[in-house]
Design a protein around this ligand. Sequence first.
Ligand code: BGC
Length: 464
Amino acid sequence: MRKIIAKMLIHKSGNNTFIYVIAMVSGLSGMLFGYDTGVISGAILFIKQEYTLLPFIQGLVISAVLIGAIIGAFIGGTLADRYGRRKMIIVAAIIFTGGAIGTSLTLNIIFLIIGRIIVGIAIGMASFIAPLYISEMSPPRIRGSLVSLNQLFITIGIVISYLVDYAFTPISGWRYMLGLAAIPSLILLIAMTFMPNSPRWLVNNRKMDKARSTLIEIRRTNNINNELNEIMTSLDKQKGGRKELFSPLIKPAMIVGISLAIFQQVTGINTVIYYAPTIFEFAGFQSAAAAIFATIIVGIVNVGFTLVAIFLLDRVGRRKLLLLGLAGMSGMLIMLGIVFFLPSLLNQLGTLAAIGLISYVAFFAIGLGPVFWLLISEIYPLKVRGLAMSIVTEANWGSNLIIALTFLTLIQLLGRAGTFWLYAVVGILALIFTYVYVPETKGRTLEEIEEHWRGGKHPRELGR
Ligand code: BGC
């Protein structure tokens, strides 16, 4: 069946079509990541009314997904290395579907929290296994755009969640808000069963015939021997296992991944994505409707600039976009701090804050958003790729949780201006770190990148 679909697609529209379809299908899990993390901001308003929740329990309902994601990231790595990337995306799709139906039918708040933790587990797994799978399938020339389709889907999922929340607000329909995720989950589940295994994972598991036929199928040529040999040669040089991760040769790649994971969250993106209405209200937007409308604009800008990144990543490279993005984000955070600090600007506060927030998100979307997930899918050796990505992804979700739990307290302690300035300081540190330490992977095969680490060279020398 799969072969027939591949042939039809290729026959209709050229060489890379099947690989684009593979990236879009697995990218659907990104849409669920975005939707399921975004939807709660609207749903919570009605859940807290229905169950008259204390603030602590409210916080738990909101952060349950993040707790689940940390667990999912933890277990996903070993599973993806052992059972394969494709199978684990299918498992995540089953959990997404069950979680959506379960949480929408829940009888009480405890089941709801448990259900949201379970959905979180799927998000945590899919958040890195989808980029990993796409990266291993892609030809180097277009790997950046293909892997970043996943980030594009995340941003689309966030916008859809805002729109669905908005649409069901008049009937307080939180059960619909949570339950609707079952539709994309089912599509992901069905479509993924037609997708092939990652050829690199197949080689690692000594399924050579399958690896060969999959490569022929996705590259659409019989001329795959070079690629296959390159994968095998590089595998022969690897030991694998947890120990290798922090061996002197691979350590620099772990430092790059873990640092970018933390920077991606600690520069505050999710405070804007999820607290945007609150921030717009601080900035003097009078009605809730205006604040929600501005939030939808934020979401759309996020999608639009991720598209720009997809266009540029394989042309300009990862580093330049990351540097530009971080510089812009830090600049906008400084400006937001000033806007909130100087009462004399109060008249223009709303407009300036809106411009600052929207530009900040645009800079995130062309840099740190897609580049983080892309780089971590490229820089680890095949034998430990799942494991390494899972550790880095845990750092990402862990920092996400910390920021979610501390944002409102930070505002109380440091004030609005102080909080934005604190994020700005982290942004500047991230900028310096990227300049000094982050490698350029554009156009390299995954095996060339591995070879670079084995040579014991500084990360920056890659791509110079
Ligand atoms: C981040 C998420 C964030 C999203 C926003 C992703 O790359 O990991 O935490 O919500 O981008 O677009």
